[in-house]
Design a protein around this ligand. Structure first.
Ligand SMILES: Cc1ncc(COP(=O)(O)O)c(C=O)c1O
Length: 430
């Protein structure tokens, strides 16, 4: 495994509640889809910024200058994480939802009724309703959905067939928040460029699981939520191409902002969130440095922090593939989700295609509701998990009714996979 036992232990120290609940009991946390746990450094940085440096930002006095520096560091950290080229290409806002509405509003200012917008049947509604709204208000003509294969992956032939010269936007999730399927982001970027459409990515679900390099992907915008990636709630960040941030017309107070990002984010930015994001990015860079010896000669074209971040995200991706393999097919003495009796698994189960998925798994148990299964896992095994509505278009597409979702990240361990499968096997027999 790319992470050795020592490193796995150290990761556990960085996330003090990954394996222990707030009451000191051993637990397994498989509820990362609705939001990961926060890394301790980010919580500490936020606390310090809230208490010791709580003044507003600006050049007025030493404290305010430090607050401004915290903000700039936060934008720089995000820029490095996404390889955005410059912190000027980064905007902070409340949530990914607010950013996606902001992007759709700005693009809407360039739309007319002839235009269509193309998205997918595994989007989170946060990346459907902003575009639906443009159609509802008569700003754009039509919202089209690319279909999914039976295994929950995107039907690229269908996507291609619904794009035409009137497509103004192609917008996709980097990964489905319910099925875990990943979108082929570069390929979709080429399709968007060929017809001159904007390319907007909802990076929320995938950010915690692998590299998102906006220059390599070639997108116009990419929005992320901090709390899906080890940082605090109610903060989202986005990348926008410099010329778009400077020239497009977002929904704005119209004030004469010193910086284009001032027009894209509403009101005074929360520097405590930016301080936390910086600490989260520093954690990832630290993780990269711990496995850098396995990446000799790789990513050497990038400066030190960006290189460490690439290494970290690549290593996380590798580590999580081992997790996915174990979840799907189990161990010698234990079946996994695809071969366990009485389990109905939804999504891509082929372990030869782990490149096409994140470690997010939806399933049902025969004869039980998702709620009943989740309750047993919570109450009998202290596994944090749930069965809810996931706000995913894929629920309607596949006619799913609140399946259980087990969503893993890199602080989960192979032993936890075994514990989860064992618990599920017992519950599914009863
Ligand atoms: C894939 C995806 N996109 C967007 C969102 C919305 O994020 P936020 O809560 O930051 O608006 C979520 C939240 O669950 C999500 O899973």
């Amino acid at each position: 495994m790319i992470f050795d036992d020592t490193l796995i232990k150290q990761i556990g120290i960085e996330f003090p509640y990954a394996h222990t609940d707030p009451w000191g009991n051993k637990r397994v946390f498989l509820d990362n889809g609705p939001g990961t746990l926060i890394v301790k450094r980010a919580a500490d940085a936020m606390y310090k910024a809230s208490l010791e440096f709580s003044s507003s930002f600006g050049p007025a006095f030493p404290e305010s200058r430090i607050v401004e520096e915290m903000q700039e560091n936060g934008y720089q950290a995000v820029s490095d994480l996404l390889n955005a080229g410059s912190r000027d290409n980064i905007v902070l806002s409340q949530t990914a939802t607010s950013l996606l509405f902001q992007i759709s509003y700005a693009i809407g200012n360039e739309c007319n009724k002839r235009h269509n917008i193309v998205t997918t049947y595994y989007e989170h509604l946060a990346n459907v309703n902003p575009w639906k709204e443009l159609v509802r208000r008569g700003v754009a003509g039509e919202l089209r959905f690319a279909q999914l294969h039976e295994d929950g992956t995107l039907d690229m032939d269908h996507l291609r067939s619904i794009v035409d010269e009137n497509t103004k936007v192609i917008t996709v999730s980097a990964a489905s928040n319910l099925l875990g399927s990943k979108s082929p982001l570069k390929e979709i970027g080429t399709i968007a460029r060929d017809v001159g459409a904007y390319y907007v990515i909802d990076g929320v679900h995938h950010m915690a699981h692998g590299i998102l390099d906006v220059q390599d992907i070639g997108c116009d915008f990419l929005a992320v939520s901090s709390y899906k990636c080890f940082a605090p709630k109610y903060s989202g960040f986005m990348y926008g191409k410099k010329e778009h941030l400077e020239n497009m017309k977002p929904y704005s107070s119209g004030k004469d902002h010193a910086h284009p990002r001032g027009r894209w984010s509403w009101g005074t930015p929360d520097h405590t969130k930016l301080a936390a994001i910086t600490a989260m990015v520093d954690y990832l860079a630290w993780l990269g440095s711990r496995v850098a010896d396995k990446y000799e000669g790789k990513y050497t074209e990038f400066n030190d922090r960006i290189r460490m971040l690439k290494i970290a995200m690549d290593a996380i991706d590798l580590y999580e593939k081992d997790i996915s393999r174990a979840v799907l097919t189990g161990f010698d003495d234990m079946p996994g989700l695809v071969n366990m009796e009485n389990i109905k698994f939804y999504g891509l189960g082929d372990t030869n295609r782990l490149d096409e998925r994140d470690p997010t798994f939806a399933f049902d148990v025969g004869g039980k509701t998702g709620q009943q299964v989740a309750e047993r896992l919570v109450e009998d095994y202290n596994i944090a998990i749930r069965s809810i509505l996931y706000w995913s278009m894929s629920e309607d597409f596949f006619n799913l009714h609140k399946p259980v979702r087990a969503s893993f990240v890199h602080y989960n361990t192979i032993e936890e996979v075994r514990y989860f499968l064992n618990a599920l096997r017992t519950i599914s027999k009863k």
